[in-house]
Every structure is written in C-alpha cells, then in structure tokens.
Design a protein around this ligand. Structure first.
Ligand code: UD1
Ligand code: CA
Length: 477
C-alpha cells in the first residue's frame, strides 16, 4: 500500500466573507471548515497532512494544532506561504515536508463536503497507474473555474484557467475541482518547472497537467456528478447553502435509522464550538422531532422521546418516553444534563449543566434548573429556580419559588427531602434543609432548617385595618 500524504491549501484571504475570522475557520455545523477537511484525511488513513497557511496563519494554526480528531490518526504539520503567489507556489512550500514514496492528495481548506468514497476512488485512480488523477465535475455555469482540456481521443490534455481561456475553451463545462491525487516523485520535478507567465501572474498548480502530458504520462480524470462535494465557500451565502446541504444529509441519515423528523429541511445538528465535542445524535426507536430544533454536541434520545418545535438541546440524555415541549432550552455544557423516563419538560423550560431529572419529573414553563437532582415524580411547574439543590421524590415546588444559592461569594446547597410541599413565591436561603414531608407556606423566606413533617411560615402577618380611608386628591391652590 502506497502511503497517503494530504496537502491542504489554506493560505488564501477569503475577502468575500468580509469577516475578521480567516475563511477556513468559518464554521459549518459548528466545526471550522478546515477541520471538516482534516477529517477527510482521517477517512483516507493518511500518513500525514500538511496545512499551508498564510492569511491568519497564527489563528488557523492555533485553532487546529492539537485537534482531538487528528490525535494519533496521522502526523499534522503546518507550512507557511508568504506571500501567496498562487496554488502552485503554495504546494512548492510543502515540498521539503513531502516524502518521495507517497501519493499526495491536494485539497482546499474551504471545500468541506467531499465524501470519503470520492477521495478513495480518486486515490485509486492515481495509484492504479502511478499517475496524476484529477477530480472533475460538469457545471451548468463553469465561469471562473479551470476547464479540463481533452484531445481528439478524449484524453486529458491540460487545464486552462478561466482568465486565460479562449471563448471556445470557456464553453467547456467540465471543470477541475481543485482536488487531485499524484505520486510525490512525479509532482516534485513538475513543481520545480512552474512559471507565472499567465493572465494572473500566478504559479498555477494546474500547469502540471500539461507537463505530465508532455512527459508522455497519462492523466486520469475522475468525474463525479455531485457538485456539492467540490463546492467551495467564498461568501456567507455559499456557506449557508453548504450548511443546509450538510444538515439535510444528516437529517436523511437519521430518518433512514427510523427517526421521525417533521421536516428534514428544518433540522440542525452541530458540533459544540465551545469544546469541539462532535455533533452526535443517538436515537432509540420511535423518536419524533418537530421543526426548528438545534442539537449540539452529544445528545441521546431514548425510545419514544418526543421533542417539540424549536428546542435547543446540547450535551444531554433524554430517557425513554420523555416529552420535551416546544421552546425548551437544555444545555449540559461539559457536565451534561439528563431527563428521566416519562418526564415532561417545558414549554419554555431551561435545564442547565448538572440538571438531573428522575422518572416522571415535571418541569414547566419558565422553570430553570441548574446543578440539581430531582428525584422521581418531583414537580416544579411554573416560574421557578432550582440551583444547587437536591429534591426528593414527589416534591411539589410552587410557582415563583427559588433557591437563593449564592451569597455573593459562595454557592450553597438546598436539600428538599421527599414529599415536601413548597408553596408559591418562597425563597429558600441556602444552605438549608427541608425535612421529609414538610410544608412551606406561600411567600416564606426560609433561612433555617425545617423539621420533617412541620409547617414553616416565614412572612409578615396579615393585618386588616377596618374602615380604612384612602387618601384623596387635594384641590390645586
Ligand atoms: C483553482 C484552480 C482551478 C479550479 C478551482 C477550483 C489553480 C491555478 N486553479 O482556482 O483550476 O477550478 O481552484 O475551485 O489552481 N491558495 C493558497 N495560496 C495561494 C493561492 C491559493 O493557499 O497562493 C489556496 C486558497 O486559499 C484556496 C485554494 O488554494 O483554498 C484555491 O485557491 P483559489 O484562489 O480559490 O483558486 P482558483 O483561482 O479559484
Ligand atoms: Ca484565485
């Protein structure tokens, strides 16, 4: 087996993105474009990948060195290209890093959706004859691209760049994708012979095609039908188009596993940009997901889980039969969050890191839960906050009640034992424990532990002043 060395061109400016972020770090499904391309190297079982950086090099290298999905898979190197004198010049910079015994696969850092099978077929086309192989596609509008020139027998004869092409050549609709596979021992001497005598005054990598032909070596063209696989990102609109295409692919894959998406065009699964955790949605049987939901990082949905419209769910596990009503926000961040079997959450609920809900728990509208465990059957149905709390089985937590868990310096725990009933609009000042079966009267501010079974009321006594006269308006002097 000939080893594979990947070369990723990522030095260009990406002017049309009009962004401070280098183009190859713009995100598709939460993951930088360049990282999508590096994943392809892993699929090819490459020996090494060399990223050619230029514009924003420091930022690109910092965001990419130490990438978890690369670790242990292949050797990752960066090579700087300053100034940027064309694609041929870019590849020349990598020559000192390229071993002679490998097949070099040239990719672009801004072309994220090439599929592994396509690249494998391209590599096979190169390795079969020990020759240069180009990935090509036919486009209804080939404007701007390099055109594939063929001789009378249909053999590849060269590539002409759009700006250098004649009218007749511009009519050719087969274009070079920017992706090629070539034996390193052939590539190196060709690179040494490149010139910049062309319309753009650049060193064109594509000029090696005519050199191969002049050397009497055949050039393979591996043509695919799916233009999406070679589509690059140059503008925010193109980025959004590729995002939709990528999401549709993910949605279809889930539907093939039996997941019911109300509309595959309104589904998003993203990497967690904060941690780099890959977007992964694992669903048991009979999961239903309504429109407009965004899943981030690792999410698991148990059998029969229903997710209502417009929910955002990140790094969380939802157990069998649970229902997440519309507009619910669940974000486990690094700690995770979990919802027990048969639980009901939302609409408009918020579960934060460390929210652990037992079976049949109910969390209603405008209820926030952070770093708290709620045992089976506990309920907080309206307008409440539970932070740093342990809540026992069957507890009923009233509307508008909160745990005051933060004293301005430290966080403290609230323990609410089984079968406690907390009335409405209570403040539980932590650290505090409510014993099993205790009742807290509405409007109480609880600062001391409540014994099991007791009623605690901590609020101003109600007074009634009979025959109370309201003030009246004084006439103006
Ligand atoms: C290139 C091809 C063209 C092909 C098209 C496909 C050449 C000469 N032309 O055209 O045949 O149809 O891609 O999209 O190769 N880059 C560098 N350093 C440079 C110049 C470019 O790293 O000095 C990088 C860019 O960041 C980009 C890639 O190389 O990732 C391609 O560059 P781009 O300018 O987009 O190539 P085109 O001129 O469009
Ligand atoms: Ca260019």
């Amino acid at each position: 087996m000939t080893p594979i060395d990947i070369l990723i061109m990522a030095a260009g400016k990406g002017t049309r993105m009009k962004s401070r972020t280098p183009k190859v770090l713009q995100r598709l499904a939460g993951r930088p474009l360049l990282h999508h391309v590096l994943d392809q190297a892993a699929h090819l079982q490459a020996r090494s990948a060399i990223v050619i950086t230029g514009h924003g090099a420091t930022e690109v290298e910092a965001a990419t060195a130490g990438l978890a999905s690369v670790a242990g898979q292949y050797d990752l190197k960066f090579v700087r290209q300053e100034p940027q004198l064309g694609t041929g010049h870019a590849v020349q910079q990598a020559v000192p890093c390229l071993a002679d015994d490998g097949t070099v696969v040239v990719l672009s850092g801004d072309v994220p959706l090439t599929q592994a099978d396509t690249l494998r077929a391209l590599v096979a086309a190169s390795q079969a004859g020990g020759q240069l192989a180009l990935l090509t596609v036919r486009l209804p509008d080939p404007t701007g691209y390099g055109r594939i020139l063929r001789d009378g027998a249909g053999q590849v004869a060269g590539i002409v760049e759009h700006k250098d092409a004649s009218e007749a050549q511009r009519a050719i609709d087969e274009i070079y994708s920017g992706i090629m596979a070539v034996p390193a021992r052939l590539l190196k001497p060709w690179l040494a012979r490149l010139t910049n005598h062309n319309a753009q005054g650049e060193y064109y990598l594509t000029d090696i095609v005519a050199m191969a032909v002049a050397d009497g070596l055949p050039v393979a063209a591996h043509r695919i039908d799916d233009a999406l696989q070679v589509a690059g990102v140059n503008s925010p609109l193109q980025l959004a188009e590729l995002e939709r295409a990528h999401q549709l692919r993910q949605a279809r894959a889930l539907m093939e596993q039996g997941v019911r998406l109300m509309d595959p065009a309104r589904f998003d699964l993203r990497d967690d940009a904060r941690t780099g955790v890959r977007g992964q949605l694992r669903c048991e049987q009979d999961v239903e997901i309504d429109v407009g939901c965004i899943f981030t990082g690792a999410v698991e949905l148990g059998e029969g889980v229903q997710v209502g419209a417009h929910c955002c769910i990140a790094n969380a596990r939802i157990a069998a039969g649970a229902v997440v009503h519309p507009y619910t926000h669940i974000d486990g961040e690094k700690l995770g969050a979990s919802v027990g079997a048969g639980a009901l959450v939302g609409p408009f609920a918020r579960l934060r890191p460390g929210a652990v809900l037992g079976r049949e728990v109910h969390i209603g509208n405008f209820v926030e839960v952070k770093n708290s465990q709620l045992a089976d059957g506990a309920k907080a149905n309206h307008l409440a906050y539970l932070g740093d709390a342990s809540v026992g089985e069957r507890v009923n937590y009233g509307a508008g009640s909160i745990t005051a868990n933060y004293d301005g310096a430290n966080k403290h725990r609230t323990v609410i034992e089984a079968d406690v009933h907390v009335g409405s609009n209570c403040v539980l000042v932590a650290p505090v424990t409510l014993g099993a079966g205790a009742t807290v009267g509405g409007g109480s501010t609880i600062t001391k532990d409540v014994p099991a079974g007791a009623l605690a009321v901590a609020r101003g006594k109600q007074v009634a002043i009979a025959n109370w006269q309201r003030p009246t308006k004084q006439p103006k002097p």
